[in-house]
Write a protein that binds this ligand. Structure first.
Ligand SMILES: Cc1ncc(COP(=O)(O)O)c(C=O)c1O
Length: 395
């Protein structure tokens, strides 16, 4: 793979980039670009048209639907294409509220992505009751507490599968069974899982599941919501009759086709992510924890995505680390990517009981199938010196 490059205002030549921020977004795979290009250039008709030039495009949407359905072992008719993971999460929650007008309680966790937390906070202002479940120090959930918090007026339980900041996994299969036994709808935000975990909606037993294409080597701006067959569904985006009346708006055809191709690749990536990428992540993590003093991993060691490690560096602010790594072309995150740039400590780490300085000194490294040993070695070569320099400055 050709290494990505960046240009800076002071630089005339291009600098290589060491990209270890795959939970934020991923490179569009060349196979995916190839699959989507004809739908930008040649086959640009409206899939809802009555003439063959448009109708031929509709066929490719259906093929993509079959491919993304196969990725999660769903039926194609259980897939609703959306504009992103955020829309998918919002849609599942909104649908449950509309399906049960007398139920105004939503049970979720304090470590969800802002696509849930902020949506639920907005619903709270509109009169809904929200329970944001706390988490334990390793990022895990107390399932007894979760069960106790399900109320007769709970419209939906929405719990993410893999945390985007720490990689910690929640036992969604058990939570889904709990919800089923109580007759409550269950949604999981599985945005971080394809290509890293085997996603099987039948085994999981979920009613709703969200994905986002840009996390699996496809473009930004397309996602999906799995809606289990026979689950009542009320559209969130209302307009034309697209997606069988479940999501209005002319389809983003090139990106949907790309999503289909990326779903095939994600299945093929599963082994590499769980062997080679996991070993690279483990090498990085153990070298940092053993060779840089004052470091600690945030989140459980075992029940975790194979590509993610979140590490706090005592006595330094993540912002400083990010800036110095960036000068070398190394891309990593502090807190969640969607809030990076803001200096607020991560709500996920704070919910896990981290102190504010520990949360402010945390960095997320998220690897992917494009990473090589050379990327990890480059980081390990420079990071210890960066941390020492920052610590010297702060005394
Ligand atoms: C766990 C999780 N959920 C939802 C989202 C939002 O997805 P999108 O960027 O497609 O709206 C993200 C993106 O970072 C995520 O990591």
């Amino acid at each position: 793979m050709k290494r990505p490059t960046k240009t800076g205002s002071e630089q005339t030549s291009q600098q290589p980039v060491y990209y270890l921020d795959n939970n934020a977004t991923t490179r569009i795979a060349p196979e995916v670009v190839e699959a989507m290009l004809p739908f930008l250039t040649e086959y640009w008709g409206n899939p809802s048209s009555m003439y063959a030039f448009g109708k031929q495009v509709a066929k490719h949407i259906e093929q993509a639907r079959e491919k993304v359905a196969a990725l999660i072992n769903a039926e194609p008719r259980e897939i609703v294409f959306t504009s992103c993971g955020t829309e998918s999460n919002n849609s599942a929650i909104q649908s449950a509220l509309l399906a049960h007008p007398h139920k105004r309680h939503i049970l979720t966790t304090s470590v969800e992505h802002s696509a849930n937390i902020k949506f639920c906070a907005a619903l709270q202002k509109q009169g809904c009751h929200i329970t944001f479940l706390p988490v334990e120090s390793d990022g895990g959930l107390d399932l007894h507490l979760l069960e106790k918090c399900i109320r007769p007026d709970t419209a939906i339980v929405s719990v993410m599968w893999a945390n985007n900041e720490t990689g910690v996994l929640f036992p969604v299969e058990e939570i889904a069974a709990m919800c089923r036994s109580k007759g409550v709808a269950f949604h999981t935000d599985a945005v971080q899982t394809p290509g890293k975990l085997n996603v099987d909606v039948k085994d999981l037993g979920v009613d709703f599941l969200s994905l986002s294409a840009h996390k699996l080597h496809a473009p930004k701006g397309v996602g999906l919501l799995f809606v289990k067959r026979k689950t009542k569904y009320h559209p969130y985006v209302i307009g034309g009759g697209q997606e069988g009346g479940r999501r209005g708006g002319t389809e983003n055809v090139p990106s949907i086709v790309a999503f289909g191709r990326a779903a095939e690749l994600a299945m093929a990536h599963l082994k590499d992510e769980n062997t080679r990428v996991r070993a690279l992540r483990d090498k990085l993590e153990s070298a940092v924890l053993h060779h840089i003093p004052g470091t600690v991993r945030n989140g459980a060691r075992e029940s975790r995505l194979p590509n993610t490690t979140n590490i706090s560096f005592e006595g330094v602010e993540a912002e400083g680390i990010l800036m110095l790594l960036d000068q070398l072309g190394i891309c990593v995150s502090s807190g969640s990517a969607c809030t990076s740039g803001s200096l607020d400590p991560s709500h996920v780490l704070i919910a896990m009981g981290c102190t504010i300085p520990r949360a402010r000194g945390s960095i997320r490294f998220s690897l992917g199938v494009d990473n090589t040993e050379a990327d990890v070695d480059f980081v390990l070569k420079h990071l210890p010196g960066i941390i020492s320099r920052l610590r010297e400055k702060s005394v």
